[in-house]
Design a protein around this ligand. Structure first.
Ligand code: AP5
Length: 215
């Protein structure tokens, strides 16, 4: 069973590695960023509220995100395992996650993987990221380019640049990460389930290390 929390700064490669894990381990990926972006696209009340925070590189308030994850984890497709990608991001979210897993679901996390990349790599990774509008597949113009410019290899969808992948917003997201999220490594350090993985290198090599951890 894999009930995984992926920690790591923006652009560490959490989404990229998650796409391999969900194929091999048949678990679901719960990306709070994807859930919020989908709400923004649909123009829901949640989306309108979240957009203000996301455009400024700030975190959406804890109570909103905790409510979203609580409802998502109750769904049947999570019973065979899940990846939490981008949650928790604050100590309050981690405490709430512990409570919902124990009290509502009677399950526990199996792995916490902290994917670590130096700040100086992140700007290049994120300014060069392109995402498919159709299937959400993530590319990089230099490190993982599509076969045809601007077009998804898998579904033929159009590739776009995320609104928050502008230099100024990336710098803010990174600051927020160091101020509010990086402390989570300490929070999990005595759990016996925390693994640190260097996120610098070839995507396949990093995935190999992750597979060794997940078994
Ligand atoms: P979210 O969508 O979670 O963004 P993030 O954490 O900033 O993570 P990213 O998606 O930017 O990075 P990633 O690690 O997945 O990297 P990727 O694999 O794409 O959050 C967005 C916003 O939503 C937040 O700012 C906040 O406002 C809000 N939010 C979300 N969750 C929240 C929460 N819990 N609480 C409050 N607010 C929340 O890779 C990046 C690029 O690098 C790609 O182009 C990829 O191709 C490339 N790449 C990947 N691996 C490699 C490699 N090994 N070598 C070279 N290039 C690589």
């Amino acid at each position: 069973m894999v009930n995984l929390v992926f920690l790591g700064p923006p652009g560490a490669g959490k989404g990229t590695q998650s796409s391999y894990i969900i194929n091999d381990y048949k678990v679901v990926q719960i990306s709070t960023g994807d859930i919020l972006r989908s709400a923004v696209k649909q123009g829901t009340e949640l989306g309108k509220m979240a957009k203000k925070y996301m455009d400024e590189g700030k975190l959406v308030p804890d109570d909103v995100i905790i409510g979203i994850v609580r409802e998502r984890l109750k769904q049947d497709d999570c019973k065979n395992g899940f990846i939490l990608d981008g949650f928790p991001r604050t100590i309050a979210q981690a405490v709430a996650l512990d409570a919902m897993l124990k009290d509502d679901l009677n399950i526990s996390l199996t792995h916490i993987i902290s994917l670590e990349v130096d700040d100086n790599l992140i700007m290049e990774r994120l300014t060069g990221r392109r995402t498919c509008k159709g299937c959400g597949k993530v590319y990089h113009i230099k490190y993982n380019p599509p076969k045809k410019d601007g077009v998804c290899d898998d579904c033929g969808g159009e590739l776009y640049q995320r609104d928050d992948d502008k230099e100024e917003t990336i710098a803010k997201r990174l600051k927020v990460y160091h101020e509010q999220t990086s402390a989570l490594k300490d929070y999990y350090k005595n759990s016996g389930k925390l693994y640190v993985v260097n996120g610098f290198g070839e995507v396949d090599d990093i995935y190999r290390k992750i597979k060794e951890i997940l078994g």
